[in-house]
Ligand binder design. Structure first.
Ligand code: GDP
Length: 279
């Protein structure tokens, strides 16, 4: 695998900026991709958040394996930490998110109310890797398009306070990327779900990694996607399977093109509800 050079210096800067702003917020909202809850976590987050109320969102739960999502919810919950799974495209979920934010901030709100404040402002910051759904969540909370939805990995945004519903104010922060490059599987998982640029890895390497995982954990989905039988798939190795699928999908021997197509289908949930971080 080529040495990864994609981690831009401004991501580090973003982390430092977030550290500076931590004192200003009441609740830290960490957005994870429910399909890769471990790989989409930044290892420094726990240290960074410290004792601050911490809300973890397993977003894109509509695309993830529901059994795995339940397990991750349990695994990630802890002292001072609330976890919710959601689909940010579903409007009703914002009500739940708002109540979770209020719940996470309850101690502070109670203190302020005891001092006479009525319905005090709750300040939050959202962070997560690119493409996990931060902008979508912010836009829904604020009720208009304020963040660049669909922004490309590596593109950062400025930091401003945004007024959201229920007296919540949001610090719009850039995503924080996982800097653990030495773990190849993490890189492949991030690439598979579009958190890093497609050009970082060759598509066929990621596709082969995906086929291996589908074979192991989602054979039923693979059988459907391949329009084949379990027996046929069992007989063939991954590189040959990739070539067979390329032909099956009418792309002759252009497996590079097919690999990207497979990843696009995966990202949209068209291969199945696939979670690649197993628990
Ligand atoms: P950001 O880079 O973290 O700000 O991610 P975006 O908010 O730009 O979202 C990336 C893509 O994922 C967009 O195409 C969104 O429409 C889509 N998306 C965001 N949240 C969800 C979700 O919960 N479910 C599904 N299916 N798609 C989502």
């Amino acid at each position: 695998m080529a040495r990864i050079q994609w981690y831009p210096g401004h991501m580090n800067k973003a982390r430092n900026q977030l550290e500076d702003k931590m004192g200003l917020i009441d609740v830290f909202v960490e957005v994870l991709d429910a399909r890769i809850p471990a790989s989409s976590r930044n290892p420094m987050i726990e240290d960074l958040v410290g004792d601050k109320p911490h809300l973890i969102i397993l977003n894109k739960a509509d695309l993830a394996d529901p059994v795995m999502t339940k397990r991750w919810q349990k695994q990630l919950a802890g002292k001072g930490k609330l976890v919710m799974a959601m689909d940010a495209l579903h409007a009703n979920n914002m009500q739940i998110l708002v109540s979770m934010v209020k719940k996470a901030a309850a101690e502070k709100v109670k203190k302020l109310e005891a001092k006479g404040a009525s319905d005090p402002v709750v300040r939050i910051a959202l962070a997560g890797i690119p493409n996990c759904g931060k902008s979508t969540i912010i836009n829904r909370l604020v009720g208009r398009n304020v963040a660049a939805v669909g922004n490309k990995p590596g593109v950062t945004k400025g930091q401003t306070w945004l007024k959201a519903q229920a007296n919540i104010q949001i610090l719009d922060t850039p995503g924080i990327l996982w800097p653990k490059f030495e773990d190849q599987a993490v890189g492949y998982k991030l690439a598979a779900f579009g958190a890093i640029k497609d050009s970082v890895f060759s598509g066929d390497d990621v596709a082969l990694f995906l086929l291996e995982n589908l074979r192991k954990y989602y054979l039923g989905d693979l059988v459907k996607f391949a329009r084949a039988t379990k027996e046929e798939i069992a007989k063939i190795n991954n590189p040959d399977l990739l070539l067979a699928l390329t032909t099956e999908y009418g792309m002759r021997d252009d497996y590079d093109r097919f690999s990207l197509y497979l990843l696009q289908r995966l990202r949209k949930g068209k291969v199945g509800r696939i979670t690649l971080d197993r628990i």
